[in-house]
Design a binder for this molecule. Sequence first.
Ligand SMILES: Nc1ncnc2c1ncn2[C@@H]1O[C@H](COP(=O)(O)OP(=O)(O)O)[C@@H](O)[C@H]1O
Ligand SMILES: [Mg+2]
Length: 294
Amino acid sequence: MTNDPRFSIPSRVIADDDPLPGVKNVVLVMSGKGGVGKSTVAANLAVELRRLGARVGLLDADIYGPSVPTMFGICERPLGDGERILPLERHGTKLMSIGFLLEDDKTAVVWRGPMLHSALLQFLRDVDWGELDILLLDLPPGTGDVALTLSQNLQSTGAVIVTTPQEVAIQDVYKAVTMSQKVGIPILGVVENQSYFVCDHGARYELFGRGGGQKVADLAGAPLLGQIPLDLALRECGDAGHPVVDARPDAASARALASVTRALVERVAAANAAAGGLSIDRSGGTQRHLPIAR
Ligand SMILES: Nc1ncnc2c1ncn2[C@@H]1O[C@H](COP(=O)(O)OP(=O)(O)O)[C@@H](O)[C@H]1O
Ligand SMILES: [Mg+2]
């Protein structure tokens, strides 16, 4: 994967023992809630970043519910070079997922927490990610383990929080925001997904209500990066293994996702400028005694 001179982005702070020394930025895509579109957003951000000229990787950190194999239409066993695992590559993006290592797509991973922790660290350390401008991590729903493990092992650039506008979703997403703040992961911005639906006759329906994304952004003290409509093209392209931003760039959802990607690039640059010179906080955040249980 070559470096495109069109794309240049500043780097996060990389400590000597960072597991990803060649990766300029690590961006977590997260939410407290399942089914809000984290994987869909992560896959399209990755491919759109590549279209902008970035060298991109996507790590599927959802060990129990991996989506990257389906959303990229790829399920081969990755090769090793004797020392490290080589990521697969599709649509210009380097990919790793537990789904590539399972017997078949119906096999469940039955692990306790500690194995999850070590699997994740292996995906960071033992996969040959090479030189990347951005590695995106598609996180599982929930508020704890994975983000804590990450925050203790590397300095991420920050998190993108995905929500729908619905009240019942944002209640859970608020928790992801406060958890990120507690473990010292900066919030780069909020993406509101499934914001509205435009029917064939042009009428616009806000099926899940309105304003949820802005409320989450207000709590996070971060911008709303964009609103993605409910769109048949987005769902179809996701299921077909070809992210909509590349397969159907004129679709309404693709245009919204492209605009979110550009807003994210600006936020990554700003976050790195703001963090320049700050040292890594491995404590898992300042309020580490309560209420985080370890
Ligand atoms: N804006 C949207 N329009 C249409 N379908 C969507 C949209 N966002 C997500 N989906 C669909 O909803 C399902 C759940 O999305 P997914 O990205 O897997 O959520 P999560 O990773 O948060 O669990 C997927 O099948 C996806 O194709
Ligand atoms: Mg997912």
